[in-house]
Design a protein around this ligand. Structure first.
Ligand code: NAD
Length: 276
């Protein structure tokens, strides 16, 4: 698998294309999907405590016999584990499940009411060398401004819903200004037909002899965004990885930029929810 990398503000290198593992839930399916993903060449995996699959992911990574350092593993602090002590404890549990002794990236999953306390624990884990990159997910400018006022270290990345219908232009500019990386969840609009069958995207795909999914993923890559598309279908897993052998034209990009409708697919985009 070809890939590009981006650098966090502290110099840590992140593979720009990763693999998201949310909702791969069918009995016995997860092991196959992960081992296939590793075989195709994916090394960057995005999980979270709430996905309930950290243990299986950890096991498949061990089974691959590929050195730990070749992987880039992300997990997230869930809403019920906020606060300094609870976060440190949740981190230990996550490490045990993943069977690793450091994490490449650890994120606060949502901005809970006491995320400032949680962030202290993230800073602590970073200074102890337990996590290479610390960051947040689903944070808006107001939350990041609070952190800017009250913390020693700024988040190095923000993982947010991003796709052509919801490109996050304002937040994207803010993140760039503060040297915070932009990572997209739902990079394919969660597989929504309105997006994946959009005539403008179909036309671009046809011109390059590629698929609409590849057009969208490449558009993210050219914006400098880290992407973690999810698929449990081998053909699509391969397809999603083959996005480094072509480039979109500036005209293509301009057309895709015009697809912004403000439509987001998350039910509760910034909300602090216990059970999603
Ligand atoms: P996605 O945009 O990656 O869409 C996935 C869906 O798109 C698949 O289920 C499939 O139906 C379809 N699809 C995938 N490849 C395709 C292809 N080549 N052609 C046609 N259809 C295709 O959405 P997602 O899974 O929600 O997001 C990706 C990852 O982001 C998740 O797995 C998870 O790791 C992460 N995530 C994080 C948060 C958060 O709050 N931080 C929220 C949601 C997801």
């Amino acid at each position: 698998l070809k890939n590009k990398t981006v650098k966090a503000i502290n110099g840590v290198t992140i593979p720009q294309l990763g693999f998201g593992v949310y909702k791969i839930t069918k009995e016995g399916e997860f092991e196959t999907v992960i081992s296939e993903a590793i075989r195709i060449g994916y090394r960057h995996f995005d999980t979270a405590k709430i996905y309930g699959n950290e243990d299986v992911l950890g096991r498949e990574i061990q089974k691959s016999k590929i050195p730990r350092e070749e992987f880039f593993i992300t997990s997230k602090v869930w809403n019920t584990d906020h606060g300094y002590k609870a976060t440190l404890k949740a981190f230990e549990q996550t490490m045990n499940k993943l069977k690793v002794d450091y994490l490449d990236m650890y994120l606060i999953h949502f901005a809970s009411p006491n995320y400032l306390e949680t962030w202290r624990a993230m800073e602590e884990l970073y200074s102890r060398g337990k996590v290479k990159v610390i960051g947040v997910a689903n944070f808006e400018i107001q939350h990041l401004e609070e952190l800017r006022k009250h913390s020693k270290i700024l988040p190095m990345i923000n993982q947010i819903e991003t796709h052509p219908e919801f490109p996050q232009n304002e937040l994207h500019e803010y993140l760039k200004e503060h040297q915070i990386l932009h990572e997209a969840w739902g990079p394919l609009g969660q597989g929504n037909k309105a997006l994946l069958e959009h005539p403008v995207l179909q036309k671009i795909a046809l011109a390059h002899q590629i698929t609409v999914a590849q057009v969208i993923l490449r558009w993210h890559i050219e914006r400098g965004i880290i992407i973690i598309p999810k698929s449990s279908n081998l053909k699509r897993m391969k397809e999603n990885s083959q996005i480094f052998d072509f480039e979109l034209t500036s005209d293509d990009i301009e057309k895709i930029n015009q697809l912004n409708t403000g439509k987001r697919y998350s039910i509760n985009p910034t909300g602090y929810i216990i059970n999603p």
